[in-house]
Design a protein. Structure first.
Length: 305
């Protein structure tokens, strides 16, 4: 496979300092053949973002008035020039060889796969606790069918643009900025695997998730994670996918077990985080599966873009 062009997509909203730091790290990883697309949903006017080196990749800063990370990313998918699309979040720092690892992986495996990689916690910043949503495995893996856990990490993933034409773009009823504010990446990963598109986990494809939130903020984040995850399960269960009932039950069991263990050991933060996630899980599941959610949430998204 010849060296393909990669478009890097980053959604952001009202976090300019985080975005500028993220952009500086992506720019160091990018080559002159790559483009970086910032999908900006900030409420206030945002100054034009600039790369530290004008001779580097093309930077496209697009304003996206409609709220919702998935809606913003779908704008980026439609605008991207690259045949391969890479994604990270504005509170992450990609490794200097992030894009090179992708290039080599696609050259070995062809463009018919999706990639994801290690997500490590950054050093805790003043007043903050350790970042959530991490993947620290040191062994490469290949996934070809859905499991009882999610394997695609939205803050560290890459896939062919063609794959999104096959399975549909991001579900705009899921993800930050929506009623069900998480799991848009889990939903996409599930649809990729169901469509027969393998997901490769590469430990050498690394980002660091900045540890910048305080404990109370992070407890709220765990609730948001739970609401989105529950809605993801409920959406597919409502469409007749009984696998999702098993996943929902397992997640609830794990959450209650973790909360009980944290209570016994006196770990107040872990207890609050587990309870918050479990409550959110139930809220999201019944919101999507029983009441049908909002708009297209209840429908299995299979339409072509």
């Amino acid at each position: 496979m010849s060296r393909a062009r990669i478009s890097v997509l980053i959604a952001t909203a009202d976090r300019p300092e985080l975005m500028e730091d993220c952009l500086a790290h992506v720019a160091r990883a990018a080559t002159s053949a790559d483009e970086i697309i910032v999908l900006d949903q900030s409420r206030d006017a945002v100054s034009i973002l600039r790369l530290p080196d004008d001779t580097g990749p093309v930077l496209r800063h697009l304003r996206c008035p409609r709220r919702g990370k998935s809606a913003a990313l779908n704008v980026g998918v439609a605008e991207a020039c690259g045949s391969l699309l890479a994604f990270t979040d504005d509170d992450c720092r990609v490794a200097p060889d992030w894009l090179e690892v992708m290039h080599h992986a696609f050259a070995r495996s062809g463009a018919g796969v999706a990639l994801t990689g290690r997500v490590l916690a950054g050093e805790a910043e003043p007043g903050a606790v350790r970042a959530p949503s991490l993947r620290e495995d040191s062994e490469a893996r290949e996934y070809r069918s859905p499991l009882y856990r999610d394997v695609l990490f939205g803050n560290n993933m890459a896939l062919p643009a063609e794959a999104l034409r096959r399975v549909g773009r991001f579900d705009e009823s899921l993800g930050p900025g929506t009623r069900f504010p998480a799991a848009e990446d889990n939903d996409l990963g599930y649809r990729l695997l169901r469509a027969g598109i393998p997901i490769h986990y590469l430990p050498g494809m690394t980002v660091r998730h900045r540890s910048w939130r305080g404990a109370s903020q992070q407890v709220d984040l765990f609730r948001a994670y739970g609401v989105g995850q529950g809605a993801f399960y409920g959406k597919h269960a409502r469409a007749g996918d009984w696998h999702m009932l098993g996943r929902m039950a397992k997640n609830l069991w794990d959450g209650c077990r973790d909360a009980g263990g944290a209570a016994i050991l006196g770990r107040a933060y872990d207890f609050r985080a587990s309870i918050s996630f479990s409550k959110g899980l139930l809220q999201g599941f019944f919101g999507a599966a029983v009441r049908g959610g909002n708009g297209r949430t209840a429908a299995l998204q299979t339409e072509k873009p």
